[in-house]
Design a protein around this ligand. Structure first.
Ligand code: FAD
Ligand code: MLT
Ligand code: ZN
Length: 493
């Protein structure tokens, strides 16, 4: 078992008891209660998936999962827990990568999985209102016949929920094009820690009526309340999408390539995703997407996946082709090769390589994931410095750290530094932390670009936020949640 910080935040919080279950059973059906305490004791295996995170790195010991069906049910549960001082961990698709979605001890897990109704969609304004438990992919599927898309896409789309996305302020693969959820989320419905329902589920594009409270819950990781409904501005579906995988001879070409790609593709550029050679090879090894031909990858130090989303296929193809021609024909070519998708299957296959990196890394070993914002030109330096540091510590070998890889969202300045180890060990963790955080701070970067703080980085918040900011974050937390029941031990040190 692995506790990354002191459980002080849990002091004073109570465990769920059989009496609590009797109370919950007054308004929840048996199918909404999974508990080892209930008379018809659920097998502990049923709780296992709720108590363990996606990476199998963080493990809780909750005895009880509740799956309310309505906002009113959420409100009743939260009110009771607040009165009884029971800690609550809101859980969406449990795909978070910082240990925020599982309990630290035996907090009650409130799963949003039974709240998955679409409440409304207006195909003129493009505004979608949905329950927080809607799975991202199901929203995408719902919007497709209406010629709209969710302005967010990520590899976990088949499991993650819109409420979880909002609560982590997920970035994803097309933030470059559609911006952050702080812009596209128009309203939220939130159950506050005392059970009050805060209805801010507005569908207005413009609303300057004082403090914009909903922004506080975007990225709060369940520490200020439970998001139960989301109003989001969907984007018009692109009429044509193309992509190309570019193989680069050296990392130094990424920045000039990005500049030139932006200049030539301008309004149709929708993604510019980077991966180094080592992580590409891991994706291929673990069967993510279809490997490029050997001659296309020969001599490549890294790859960039470029996507266009536009209004007219011929126009977009022409722009993409002339970009490629100019890149190849330059006196010093920026790329070795470019593999353009010529069919929907190939389009998906190129994306599958990029979207499959997380899974490939997890299949290869135990991943220490550092999701950082640093200046673009430092991406490779961060990977190299981390590798050298581990080498100096004698930890870079098959039985300790197998690989140090980098990939990420170049357009957003967001690097995913992944250290792939044979096992999670205190020795490796001590070598990596605070080393990585100090490195990030030296570039004035962020220790969490998009995954959040969760349980993993509470002790490291200080590397990206000054004392005054942390003090005010604590005051906000105390104001909303004076009893500290909401996702205790997460985000704040
Ligand atoms: P969970 O994991 O269940 O929860 C995440 C946090 O939000 C927890 O703190 C939880 O308590 C809280 N929470 C969940 N639901 C609610 C709610 N309704 N109200 C209040 N709090 C709530 N992230 C990115 O930003 N970009 C990516 O490209 C990306 N790709 C990923 C790819 C893979 C394969 C995986 C496994 C993860 C990826 N992630 C990415 C991580 C990312 O944070 C999540 O996938 C997603 O946003 C979390 O949604 P979820 O429903 O799974 O939330
Ligand atoms: C990604 O960009 O693939 C995600 O943020 C997940 C990860 O960092 O592995
Ligand atoms: Zn990412």
């Amino acid at each position: 078992r692995r506790w990354t910080h002191s459980p002080a935040a849990l002091a004073g919080l109570k465990s769920v008891t059989e009496d609590d279950l009797v109370h919950f059973a007054h308004f929840l059906p048996p199918t909404s209660i999974v508990s080892t305490l209930s008379p018809s004791a659920a097998p502990s295996s049923e709780l296992e998936s709720f108590n363990n995170d996606w990476m199998n790195k963080y493990h809780g010991r909750s005895t009880t999962v509740l799956k309310p069906r309505t906002t009113e049910e959420v409100s009743k549960i939260v009110k009771w827990c607040n009165e009884r001082r029971i800690g609550i961990v809101p859980q969406g698709g449990n795909t978070g990568l910082v240990g925020g979605s599982v309990p630290i001890r035996d907090e009650l897990i409130l799963s949003l999985s039974n709240m998955s109704k679409i409440r409304s969609f207006d195909d003129v304004s493009g505004i979608l209102v949905a329950d927080a438990g809607c799975v991202l992919q199901s929203l995408t599927d719902y919007l497709a016949p209406h010629n709209h898309i969710v302005p967010l896409d990520l590899g976990a789309k088949g499991s993650c929920q819109i409420g979880g996305n909002v609560s982590t302020n997920a970035g994803g693969l097309r933030l470059l094009r559609y911006g952050s959820l702080h812009g596209s989320v128009l309203g939220l419905e939130v159950v506050l820690p005392d059970g009050t329902i805060l209805d801010q589920l507005t569908t207005l594009r413009k609303d300057n009526t004082g403090y914009d409270l909903k922004q506080l819950f975007i990225g709060a990781e369940g520490t200020l309340g439970i998001v139960t409904g989301v109003s989001i501005l969907a984007a018009p579906a692109p009429q044509a999408s193309n992509n190309v995988m570019l193989a680069l001879p050296k990392f130094e070409n990424v920045l000039p390539l990005y500049k030139e790609t932006k200049r030539q593709l301008s309004e149709i550029l929708s993604a510019f995703e980077f991966m180094d050679r080592t992580v590409y090879d891991l994706a291929v090894k673990h069967g993510q997407g279809r490997a490029l031909n050997p001659e296309d990858v020969e001599g490549a130090e890294c790859f960039v996946l470029v996507e266009t989303s536009g209004g007219k296929r011929e126009h977009d193809e022409q722009k993409l082709n002339s970009l490629l021609e100019s890149l190849m024909e330059a006196d010093v070519p920026l790329i070795n090769t470019g593999v353009i998708a010529t069919s929907p299957a190939q389009f998906s296959s190129l994306w599958a390589i990029r979207e499959g990196l997380t899974e490939a890394v997890s299949k290869e070993g135990k991943a220490y994931k550092y999701d950082i914002s640093v200046p673009l030109y430092k991406f490779q330096e961060v990977v190299d410095k981390t590798k050298n540091h581990l080498q100096e510590k004698g930890l870079l070998h098959e039985d300790a750290v197998k690989y140090v890889v980098g990939y990420g969202h170049v357009g957003d300045g967001n690097l995913h530094l992944n250290v792939v180890a044979a096992a999670y060990t205190p020795e490796i963790e001590a070598a990596l932390e605070p080393f990585v955080y100090e490195l990030v701070a030296s570039y004035k970067g962020s220790i969490s670009a998009e995954h959040g703080i969760g349980a993993m980085k509470t002790h490291a918040l200080k590397y990206s936020k000054n004392e005054t900011s942390i003090e005010w974050m604590k005051k906000i937390k105390a104001l909303f949640d004076p009893n500290g029941i909401m996702n205790p031990g997460k985000v704040l040190p």
